[in-house]
Design a protein around this ligand. Structure first.
Ligand code: FPP
Length: 226
């Protein structure tokens, strides 16, 4: 079986998982962290190079403040509790998106976690935070404009996006049955295989990841050729 180098996941369905059980949406996000932990572990064991997780989009600010605050709190607790273990497992943390808008204490936790794991050479755990594909493209254009050049090629553009230096995602998974890209990795997803499952993110386990990888192996990637 071919293991994709880069898997990116739109972790959807936390809210529905909780509401279905009569819980608050935040409980769904808290349960979602358990899936995050299992999928990081599985990705590491499988020898995947990059795992990108869409944790907070530029559009998620429109949610109630309690949910937004709760999500950042969960992220902070996750890093606090897990970074030592991830470090031991040679996982390297990376973040894509504009984190400057996040609460100060969360930014601090992210920066120290990135620093702590910066020399690691194993799985790259790439968390998308206050990330939007359009924002990323505009941000890259603004960076390139400062170069005072007349035209730009793909290689130069690639240097200015958040994922610079990373391979494009081979496989993008979205849970909860939705079939949208939702402003995720717009440039990078040009030739990604897209996989959706009805499983809600808090129920997503290693078996579900393996199902996605099996389906990926049945796809015939032609990159526009025949
Ligand atoms: C989408 O479900 C999920 C999110 C917007 C947040 C995902 C965040 C986590 C799983 C926790 C933090 C992540 C890390 C990496 C520690 P939804 O709320 O849109 O679900 P719904 O569509 O059912 O309402």
């Amino acid at each position: 079986m071919v293991i994709p180098k880069h898997i990116a996941i739109i972790m959807d369905g936390n809210g529905r998982w909780a509401v279905k059980r009569g819980f608050s949406r935040l409980i769904g996000h808290r349960e979602g962290i358990k899936s995050v932990e299992e999928i990081i572990k599985a990705s590491n064991e499988l020898g995947i190079s990059v795992l990108t997780l869409y944790a907070f989009s530029t559009e998620n600010w429109a949610r109630p403040l309690t949910e937004v605050k709760g999500l950042f709190r969960l992220l902070k607790i996750f890093l606090r509790k897990k970074i030592k273990e991830l470090n031991k497992k040679n996982v390297k943390l990376k973040v894509i998106g504009d984190i400057s808008k996040l609460p100060e204490d969360v930014i601090k936790e992210i920066k120290s976690s990135i620093k702590e794991t910066s020399n690691n050479t194993g799985l790259i755990l790439n968390i998308a935070l206050n990330y939007g594909g359009r924002q990323e493209i505009i941000n890259a254009i603004n960076g390139i404009l400062k170069l005072n050049i007349k035209s730009v090629d793909e290689n130069t553009f690639e240097k200015y996006i958040y994922t610079s230096g990373l391979p494009s995602p081979d496989l993008i998974i979205r849970t909860s049955g939705e079939c949208r890209i939702s402003n995720f990795l717009l440039w990078q997803s040009a030739y990604s295989e897209f996989y959706t499952t009805n499983v809600l993110w808090p129920d997503f386990r290693k078996k579900d990841l393996m199902d996605a990888i099996s389906e990926y192996n049945r796809r015939n990637r032609r990159y526009g050729g025949i």
